[in-house]
Design a protein around this ligand. Structure first.
Ligand SMILES: [Zn+2]
Ligand SMILES: [Zn+2]
Length: 191
């Protein structure tokens, strides 16, 4: 069965994962099938930067077997970076299977509104990276969840929803497996 698999790299609050899994299922109307655990890949650590290379997390996820038609979202508390960038909130294979988000920079400064704001930011980054795995690119609309966040202010400005164009694209791309099979069958039938 294809779906979204949440994979925690290292320790993540269980309540947080449950909430995210429920929110994603509702918003994307896509099954969030399971929670997996993975150790933090120490080969991703850059000692000088004290940050982890995001692409290493993606390659670990690509190797998870039995999830071929699924999307995997890695979640970690460690700070991630990518070549040429000081940090990244997340990274994903566009139109692929693997995506990852870091919670390190999503923690609110103000402890008072901690829970609501933290969850909201996590949801936005999760939908954004998963959106990439469904083939969506960045959006110019600042409110679209596919807008690129350079900093937390941009994450807070955007919504957790797709703009109309990306919503349509997401709905089309959500069923690639069935579509491909149908096309294959019809080609076979003709040939
Ligand atoms: Zn992006
Ligand atoms: Zn958009």
């Amino acid at each position: 069965m294809s779906g979204i698999y949440l994979v925690s790299f290292g320790q993540i609050q269980p309540g947080l994962l449950n909430d995210l899994s429920e929110e994603l299922g509702n918003r994307l109307t896509y099954p969030v099938v399971s929670n997996y655990r993975h150790t933090i890949p120490e080969d991703a650590l850059n000692q000088e930067r004290r940050q982890y290379m995001a692409s290493t997390f993606l390659s670990k996820l690509r190797r998870v077997t039995g999830t071929d038609s699924s999307k995997l979202l890695g979640i970690t508390e460690v700070d991630l970076y990518s070549t040429g960038l000081n940090f990244v909130f997340g990274q994903a294979d566009v139109g692929g299977k693997a995506s990852v988000i870091s919670l390190a920079r999503l923690h609110p400064q103000n402890a008072d509104d901690k829970n609501g704001l933290f969850q909201e930011r996590i949801l936005k980054e999760a939908v954004h990276e998963l959106g990439h795995t469904f083939g969506l690119e960045h959006c110019r609309d600042h409110h679209c969840v596919m807008h690129f966040s350079n900093g937390i202010a941009q994450t807070d400005i955007k919504s957790a929803s797709f703009c109309a164009r990306h919503k349509a694209e997401f709905e089309t791309n959500k069923r690639p497996v069935e579509t491909e099979q149908t096309m294959q069958q019809s080609r076979d039938a003709l040939g």
